[in-house]
Structure formats: structure tokens, C-alpha cells
Design a protein around this ligand. Structure first.
Ligand code: SF4
Length: 291
């Protein structure tokens, strides 16, 4: 069995940056620090961070004054940051600069009188942060199928969750353009997402099975799996090596592996090692960087 690893897979710039900021803060503090929500959508990484004294909390009121609290890469409502500071917490803002860009564009559209449309997952922390920063009339649409929910407006401005797929954006724009007089679109899908999606698609087109590695709660990993399934290749979304079973690889000539932006290299490596053990021959890794 050949194994092909996606050219772009695993940790992105924003996740690397947030983890570094968190570990630096934890080292300096020498005691427990807190993240507002899990730092990234990967349960195994969160467990490791907890072992190092980094604890996720759901609310700033769970943390004593003087503590360090980290805002994760998804961003947050600026009012929460202000309240945390007023309560005497030291806030370290690890909002990804690409998420910040979406927040700024959304706020600009509202200020310039556009009705704001956000393409993304309702309830996702990134979307909640964008809505809070925009502070204006808006709707969140998950796909072009929901376009009929859009109220009648003359001027509509669109921003996109950083982890959306380009095909969802194109589908929504082509529906919106039929309904509004003026449409301004900011394509705010981040480059790391686009590269991971393109690499996954490229692999999916030439493999018998795609393994997509990453948190089941990770939006960008789930999207990679959807993209692979979209070209009718058998696709499995797994979080850890424990989920890998020999039966997955029966009659598989070429296996493709990709991973979401919140998946560390060590999880990808554990999965590759497990596949090596259960397949009789040592697989040949092509295409990717050294693990
Ligand atoms: S996927 Fe993009 S927007 Fe999200 S954290 Fe990574 S670099 Fe930032």
C-alpha cells in the first residue's frame, strides 16, 4: 500500500502562535493559567496542556483576580476582554490575525451601512466573536441553501468564516447576487485553510481511501473530510491512532492522509506508525514533509 501525505496538513500559523503564546505564559507564570474555552479543537492537545497547568474555563468568573487568561485563536467578544481586565485578570490575546481581519471587515461593513451576512457555522466561537465585533444588523448563513432567510436589503456585505470552503462561498455569492442591488464580498477564508483544502482535494482524486486526522469538534478538519467525500472517495475522520483498524486498509492500493489545522504532527506520526505496524510492508511516504 502506498501512503501519500498531503503537502499541507496539520498545525497552521495561528494555532502554532496560540500554543507558543500559551506555553510561554505558562512557563513565565510557573503556576496554573487559563484559556477561555479549549485553546484549540483537539482534545488530545488539550489534555497535554492540562498536564502542563493550562486549564480551559468557560467563563471569566471561574478564575480568580490576578490570573492569566488566554483568548484562543477563534477570537472573542471585545466586551469579555474588557470585563476580564476590569476584574484584574491578565489577558493574553491569541486571536489569530486572520480571524482579526474577518472581525475588522465585518465591523467596516456595518459602519458603511451594509447588512452583514456571515457565511459560517452558527454558534462556532469564531462566528460569535465576529458577530460581537461587528455589533450591527446581521445574519449567519451556513450555506447557499439558507439564502431565503435573508431579509430584503439593498446593500449587503459578506464575510466568511476562515475555515469555510471556497465552493460554499462561490455558491452563496451566486445566489446573493440575484437578490441584492449592491453586494460587497470579502473572501476571508484564510490561506492555511485554502492550502489544506487544495492539498486534500488533490490527494482525494488519486487515492482509494482518505484518512482525515483531527478533532471531531474541529470545523476545519470536518470540512476537509467533506471535501474528500465530495469527490466520492471513501473517507474516514479519525482523532487518534487508537481508532485505526486493519480492516480499513483491505483492498486499498493508495492511502491518502491529511490533517486539520489543529492537529499536531505527533498525532499524525502515531497514526502512520500504527498503519506501518498493521500493514505487512513498511509504507512508502511520499509527497509530504518529514514527520
Ligand atoms: S486556520 Fe487560519 S484563521 Fe484559523 S487559526 Fe489557522 S491560520 Fe488562523
Amino acid at each position: 500500500m502506498n501512503i501519500l501525505l498531503a503537502k499541507h496538513a496539520g498545525y497552521c500559523y495561528g494555532v502554532n502562535r496560540a500554543i507558543k503564546m500559551t506555553l510561554d505564559a505558562s512557563e513565565q507564570r510557573g503556576g496554573p493559567i487559563y484559556t477561555l474555552g479549549p485553546l484549540i479543537h483537539n482534545p488530545q492537545v488539550i489534555n497535554k496542556l492540562t498536564e502542563r497547568g493550562v486549564f480551559p474555563v468557560e467563563d471569566i468568573h471561574e478564575v480568580e483576580g490576578g490570573s492569566i487568561i488566554i483568548v484562543r485563536c477563534h477570537g472573542i467578544d471585545p466586551k469579555v476582554i474588557l470585563e476580564a481586565k476590569n476584574r484584574g485578570l491578565r489577558v493574553i490575546d491569541a486571536t489569530c490575525p486572520y480571524v482579526r481581519k474577518v472581525q475588522n471587515k465585518a465591523s467596516l461593513l456595518v459602519k458603511e451601512g451594509y447588512f452583514l451576512v456571515i457565511l459560517g457555522e452558527r454558534g462556532h466561537p469564531e462566528i460569535n466573536g465576529i458577530v460581537a465585533c461587528a455589533a450591527g444588523e446581521h445574519i449567519v448563513l451556513e450555506s447557499a441553501d439558507e439564502v431565503n432567510n435573508l431579509p430584503r436589503r439593498r446593500k449587503v456585505g459578506l464575510v466568511v468564516q476562515t475555515t469555510q470552503s471556497q465552493s460554499n462561498l462561490v455558491a452563496l455569492v451566486s445566489e446573493l447576487i440575484k437578490r441584492v442591488e449592491e453586494l460587497r464580498v470579502y473572501n476571508t477564508i484564510c490561506n492555511a485553510t485554502m492550502l489544506r483544502q487544495r492539498s486534500a482535494l488533490e490527494l482525494a482524486n488519486k487515492t482509494d481511501l482518505m484518512l482525515v486526522v483531527g478533532g471531531k469538534n474541529s470545523a476545519n478538519t470536518t470540512r476537509l473530510a467533506e471535501i474528500c467525500r465530495g469527490v466520492n472517495v471513501h473517507t474516514l475522520h479519525v482523532e487518534t491512532a487508537e481508532e485505526i483498524e486493519e480492516r480499513f486498509f483491505q483492498e486499498v492500493g493508495t492511502l491518502g492522509i491529511t490533517a486539520g489545522a489543529s492537529t499536531p504532527d505527533w498525532i499524525i506520526e502515531e497514526i502512520v506508525q500504527k498503519i506501518k505496524v498493521i500493514s505487512s510492508e513498511a509504507p512508502e511516504l511520499k509527497h509530504g514533509r518529514a514527520l
